[in-house]
Design a protein around this ligand. Sequence first.
Ligand SMILES: [Zn+2]
Length: 403
Amino acid sequence: MKCIFLLADGMGDWPVESLGGKTPLEAAHTPHMDAMAASGVVGLCRSIPQGMPPGSDVANMSLLGFDPARYHTGRGPIEAAAMGLVTWPDDLIFRLNLVTVSEFSDAGVMRDYSAGHIDTDIAHRIVAGLSRTCAGIDMSVYPGVQYRHILVLKAGAETRGVKSFEASMAVRPPHDITDKPIAEDLALFRKSPILWEFMTKAATVLAVTNHGSRANAVWPWGQGGTLSLPPFEEKYGLRGAVVSAVDLVKGLGRAAGMEVVDVPGATGLLDTNYAGKVAAALDFLTRGDFVFLHVEAPDECGHGGQAADKVEAVTRFDRLVVGPLREALAGTDTIFLTACDHFTPIAVKTHTTDPVPFVLWREGLSPQPAPAFTEALAAGTGLVVEQGFDLLDFALDRAGRRA
Ligand SMILES: [Zn+2]
């Protein structure tokens, strides 16, 4: 038995007026998911634990089977894991953005969370310079891709057994405060002498050096202690891999001891290399048992409020991922689980905590079907998996893993 978990990020949605009152999933042409719904098990799953934010990090951790309330420490640690950074249990790990602010002061406004989608080579030179800046401060910076980097406060998670101020401070993610004043966040940073020294030095260096980008400040956020997950293979008895363009999914996979497959041309956008992802999944299944294949594009279209593009993203997911995998694996004993991690409704352009639709299929399983795969029809079956981190176990059991 093999198992493949197909995840369309942010696919769930609410009815959209410009789509004639349909959701993008209803409006999209999805014959493969519909066929699996007609002879499979369809329901809803609460991917976001009560009281937690509906981030992709929380949702994907949950759907891989790990309770975010227990294992989620922050976004920074997941991305650090994706980079293969080895950190100590008492380190505090921030995601560090290079950003553009109107001015680095209480009168300042966040102009761009990405410093104009800064070029990676330029960013690496800047981060190398920042490393010299923070020499003598008990921290390290590690370069990532574009504006996305990592800052580690050594032994910064606790002070004498008590959670440190830096570990508990609630700085807003820079992408949530575009064109908004930054004074309230600076007030928090100022309370941390170590972060404030680093940030003011960085702003000064960025102001006086000719680095050829719009970056003029650094923004640490999403912090937490080192991510530690139980091995996926021990938990499920399946040798697994993740296939994704997105760092946080790669980080979750790496932390759970799964193989992380890099696919050239996997962009996280509508034009991503679907065929490459399918080929990578099939290749892994010749030596492994389980693949988590993640497609980011529907979420991006949701954030952009682009209804027609989101319909196209869902249509392509069905035609270029679900279809080819069904065809390639026809006649083999494979469990298919398809879901999204959270809704990203066009109407609000951000994530919501709505329970997500899923469809489970295996040849010969006892069905709990729906006429098609949509949010409303999934709700209509009455099947609800209350905890996202139970979904995979539920699916494997219901599909007769132990039969
Ligand atoms: Zn997501």
